[in-house]
Ligand binder design. Structure first.
Ligand code: CU
Length: 241
């Protein structure tokens, strides 16, 4: 259902969509039932046939069961939603699977800065590749991100990954994602961060290992790109070399 509206391009997108579907189905069922009952009673007890309204206090046992039973059933639905939601939350936010690559993300007023590890495959070294509003990833690699905010609160969001994380000044927040489909996807800022918030939009490019190597070669001078340990390692993991 969700995938027809927006691409699902990460390993946990399906699980997040499942939670959305459960909420939509359970919430939708009670919404339709309540609206159907409302219109039925509006029609049945219309003024022309029932000119004088009856005052019901809802205190008898017979009347109170009309409150208690739907209430209990709604609570049961809440518990079902909670089970799906906690399982997804734990997987996405609490677990850290084995990591292939790291990327540093910094929110600025009003742009995203993405620092890629460069040919040596390590962040924080001289060959890091820093790009504004472009995040370049390799498909089926697990990335750990280190998220910061340079000025005010921002929110790093990749809807196609079903991913969102606030960026907080003074903190470095880590998490992970694993892109599973090549392509180009939006990276909007999802936290009001000033007058330029609406134009603070980056793009994530999910590449094959070969495409990523070409992009990296275009960013790193030839002399610096030899030996390209980081990319070789990635390509070998991928079975590409
Ligand atoms: Cu913003």
């Amino acid at each position: 259902m969700m995938e027809s509206l927006i691409a699902a391009a990460s390993s946990y997108a399906g699980q997040i969509d499942q939670v959305t579907h459960v909420v939509a189905i359970l919430g939708g069922f009670w919404l339709l039932l309540a609206e159907a009952a409302l219109f039925y009673f509006v029609f049945k007890y219309r003024r022309s046939r029932n000119p004088k309204a009856e005052y019901i206090t809802g205190e008898t046992k017979q009347q109170m069961k009309w409150i208690h039973w739907p209430h209990n059933l709604v609570l049961l639905c809440d518990i079902v939603i909670l089970v799906f939601a906690v399982r997804a939350w734990y997987h996405v936010k609490q677990e850290m699977p084995p990591i292939d690559e790291e990327v540093r993300v910094v929110g600025h007023q009003w742009a995203w800065e993405f620092v890629h590890s460069g040919p040596d495959g390590k962040l924080g070294t001289d060959d890091d590749v820093s790009v504004v509003d472009e995040l370049h990833l390799i498909v089926n690699k697990t990335y750990k991100f280190k998220l910061e905010a340079a000025d005010v609160l921002h929110s790093f969001s990749i809807p196609a990954f079903r991913f969102k994380q606030d960026a907080v000044p003074g903190r470095q927040i880590s998490g992970w994602f694993k892109p599973t489909k090549t392509g180009q996807y939006d990276v909007p800022c999802s936290q009001m961060c000033g007058i330029g918030h609406g134009i603070m939009g980056g793009q994530v490019y999910v590449h094959t290992p070969e495409e990523y190597r070409q992009w990296l070669d275009s960013k790193v001078p030839k002399s610096a790109s030899l030996p390209v340990k980081g990319v070789d390692r990635i390509a070998m993991n991928q079975g590409g070399m």
